[in-house]
Design a protein around this ligand. Sequence first.
Ligand SMILES: Cc1cc2nc3c(=O)[nH]c(=O)nc-3n(C[C@H](O)[C@H](O)[C@H](O)COP(=O)(O)O)c2cc1C
Length: 213
Amino acid sequence: MDQNSILVQRHSARAFEDKAIPVDVIKDIVREAALAPSWENSQPWKAYVATGETVKRIRASHFDLASKGTKSWTEVVPPQSWSAYTQGNIDQWLVATKQSLGDATPELFEANKNLFNAPAIVYITIPKDASHYSAYDAGAFGYGLLLAAQEHGLRGIPAYEFIRHPAEVRAQIDIPEDESLMMGVALGFAKDNRLNSLRTERNDLGTILRIAD
Ligand SMILES: Cc1cc2nc3c(=O)[nH]c(=O)nc-3n(C[C@H](O)[C@H](O)[C@H](O)COP(=O)(O)O)c2cc1C
């Protein structure tokens, strides 16, 4: 594996500098991500970017809702249960994260509440009632955002936290009713912070790969 590849270099960031991303850079990142492949080039994604005062208002409302423990539901069906295999991976991630962060573990949950203080959040939508393949395509677009950001010297994180209260997003951004909020991806300049040194493991090839020749 090429250790310098941006695929290897990319890791989620959970603490950002209070520094705006130039609008032209945001546009370039979205343009580059939109080169993602999609079913018959259907390009089901749309991107709504909250920055400046808008992202501050969303952050304030999110902190309030999260502090009160307000329950809400995403617009696309979230996982209701996991297979034993994927649940095992999640459990392992939680253990490794707690081991790595130690006393700083509560900071990870606080960072989620504060939406990581990201200066820009890209909300990805797909048409309402879209097929699973549009979700697949939107995932490719979202990964493209992260890789393009990496190439522009930025970091990012995709997070359920951004879209768990869809009403707070729709209150600030005019998103058509016939689109569903699929995912939020934060972009920004990474802060020198312990949360950003968090690294995750992947299952080895023996677990995920079978080659039939
Ligand atoms: C669909 C999705 C939802 C996620 N939601 C959250 C979240 O709400 N909060 C969080 O801290 N990280 C979230 N993450 C980040 C994952 O924890 C992270 O991608 C995973 O642990 C692998 O780490 P890496 O991105 O550093 O390689 C999410 C990632 C994805 C793809």
